[in-house]
Design a protein around this ligand. Sequence first.
Ligand code: ATP
Ligand code: MG
Length: 302
Amino acid sequence: RTASQVAAPGSKGPGGLALVAAGKVRDLYDLDRDHLLFVTSDRVSAFDVVLNEGVPNKGRVLTAVATWWFEQTRDVIENHLVSTSVDDVPGLSAAERETLAGRIMIVRRTRPTSVEWVVRGYLAGSGWKEYQRTGGLWGQELPSGLEHAAALPDPMLTPTTKDDAHDLPLSLDQARERVGDEVYAQAERAAMALFRRGSEVLSQRGLLLADTKFEFGLIGDDLILIDEALTPDSSRMWPVSQWQPGTNPPAYDKQPLRDWLETLDWNKQPPAPVADPAVLERLSLRYVELCERLTGRRLSSL
Ligand code: ATP
Ligand code: MG
């Protein structure tokens, strides 16, 4: 199994661990009663279709970036990360250890809230679409005349469902009803505080945080940050230098892929076209560069 193939549900993974779920990018294994093993592959999706080929080192970059943010934000909210060391996973073969090094997280098992806690600082993607239609966002009012990619007066919470196919918008009241008042209050506070922290840190590195998604889970009554946070896969980051309201700034990470796909005669439906290795290499460099820009650590030293 290479780092880019999708694991079949029910199959056994590294160390004979049972697969719990395979997302577009990550595979989750059952480690023990209180812990899960997260394996981040090199898979990449564009226009919601996963390519057959992986982007070299992408899984390692996402793991390094998420880990770095978990360390940076522990004062805002506790998170699920326990270890990133393959030494802490029992029963791995030498080959498995090599494949998995740098791309795993051992995390605390939680009960995830059934909401994706999306926060927006700028008008992009589905936020921009909704603003054009309704003049607001998720039932919350906004000044008229804002342009594509414009900064919002204040960051806004725009939650969605967590569905397999397409996540649907939830009004703030609907999100509150789903999780209960207590959890809602904690999640809202944490999501907004994490967004502010993320924006501050990224702006010091010449990047704007346009929008991002957080997930939270419960252990008993304690709400903690789970999944990944403030990674290029869960966020829209723009280089400040390329930000211009009224245009659609390129996303930092996947732009080379999107640009190349746009040159093809492809209807954006599966199967994905065979990826040009040179494009994958450019993408890989983009991810590695982002990792260094953010964390100050070179991928080779991770
Ligand atoms: P995709 O990213 O492909 O849209 P996804 O987000 O459902 O789908 P992944 O991100 O690949 O899938 O897998 C992560 C899954 O694990 C999510 O369903 C997430 O809610 C869940 N998860 C993350 N952290 C924890 C945790 N600490 N405890 C329990 N579940 C978790
Ligand atoms: Mg995910």
